[in-house]
Design a protein around this ligand. Structure first.
Ligand code: PLP
Length: 378
């Protein structure tokens, strides 16, 4: 039997252990030390983000965003139903009502044209999710947000190093456009630290408060910069910052960002080129709007039915290859249905039933996966 090819295998650049050792030897083990600052500065300089704060997860960054936007009971937050539970939980924890938007027909991202009809006087935040690193139409979303006076929090968990070309032809990094943005460095993402994430603050008025919420509701960061002579309890907050060992791991990955991205793009292109010649699968290739780049976060196909998808997954399993489906629609989840009336979001339901993701990681033997796919007759 051929060696097992799983859906994901974390990639190590080789520098991780050395930097973790440095962090340990420095005896600054808690957060907000030199590796944390190096990573934050890297993102600020490379992508022009106004301010970055590393967090223990993207989930944490989303929870910080919900606190910063002062989301509370009676507020509504609009997001796609085709997303990870953390996008919704962050706002549910603050007592908000979640209003789900359907996906686009050509892509799982939210259908920007259905957005305005969902906005009410209670809407506080819109959360576009850049699924597979594919940009939502941020011009349209930001214009609606401005018109209705709501915040935009980009769920950029999968969107590192991806860009949106705006109406004036300017390429803008995802995560730099909304008032706030959240990234993930979970081991399934392009750049990893085990668990890990980052909050990006683009709206300067949020900067000071973000740092306080990050440090358990205290002005400890300002104290260590010498700006105040003692630190105290200033606001609500939690322990959202990662330890220096985690930041050291992340730093090793960031040093190889260009290499990791070029390898992932080569894998993506090889899948696309090979499957463009496949008699069945050529009909189910991913599509993306013209305004987005491709950061090669994943390679998915949208098949014609649940049965066909199950057949492909089962076939690949006989070849010792793991392909996986993705989100179950949140609007149809047991938790949401306990709280809200049922709605029908047909595009989202189609992605829940028909989308399948192929194995995708730096060190993979892609030839074997393509060979297996070529043996599948659909
Ligand atoms: C991975 C992911 C998250 C959660 O990231 P964590 O770092 O695991 O908390 C949130 N939203 C989306 C769209 C994701 O893909």
């Amino acid at each position: 039997m051929n060696e097992y090819i799983g859906f994901n295998r974390p990639y190590l650049t080789g520098k991780e252990y050395g930097y973790i050792e440095n962090a340990v030897e420095s005896l600054h083990l808690s957060g907000n030390g030199s590796f944390t600052k190096k990573c934050q500065t890297y993102f600020e300089e490379r992508y022009g983000f106004s301010r970055c704060l590393l967090t223990s997860s993207c989930t944490d960054a989303l929870e910080m965003a919900a606190i910063l936007c002062n989301v509370g009971p009676g507020d509504e937050v609009i997001m796609p139903s085709y997303t990870f539970v953390s996008t919704a939980n962050a706002f549910v924890l603050r007592g908000a009502k979640i209003v789900f938007c359907d996906s686009r027909t050509d892509h799982p991202g939210m259908d920007e044209d259905q957005l305005e009809a969902l906005i009410t006087p209670c809407t506080k935040v819109i959360v576009p999710v850049h699924y597979a690193g594919v940009a939502c139409d941020m011009d349209k979303i930001m214009a609606l947000a401005e018109k209705h006076g709501v915040f935009v929090v980009e769920d950029a968990a999968q969107a590192i190093d991806s860009f949106y070309t705006d109406g004036r032809g300017v390429q803008r990094p995802l995560g730099s456009i909304g008032h706030l943005a959240a990234f993930s460095f979970h081991e399934t993402k392009n750049i990893i630290s085990g668990e890990g994430g980052m909050l990006v603050i683009n709206h300067p008025e949020f900067e000071k408060r973000a740092e306080v919420i990050w440090e358990k509701g205290t002005n400890r960061s300002a104290f260590f910069r010498g700006e105040v002579d003692k630190y105290g309890w200033m606001d609500m907050g939690s322990s959202f910052l990662p330890s220096e060992m985690v930041a050291a791991f992340l730093w090793a990955q960031l040093e190889s960002l260009d290499d990791i991205q070029s390898r992932r793009k080569a894998i993506w292109t090889a899948y696309y080129d090979a499957l463009s010649l496949h008699p069945v699968l050529k009909n189910y290739l991913p599509q993306r709007p013209e305004w987005t780049t491709n950061n090669a976060h994943m390679f998915y196909l949208v098949l014609s039915s649940l049965e066909q998808r199950s057949d492909l997954i089962a076939f690949l399993k006989t070849k010792n290859i793991q392909a996986v489906f993705h989100y179950q629609s949140l609007h149809a989840s047991p938790f949401h249905l306990q709280r809200e009336e049922p709605v029908s979001l047909p595009n989202c339901e189609r992605y829940s039933d028909c989308l399948v993701r192929l194995p995708f990681f730096y060190t993979m033997d892609q030839g074997r996966v393509i060979e297996a796919l070529n043996q599948w007759k659909g």
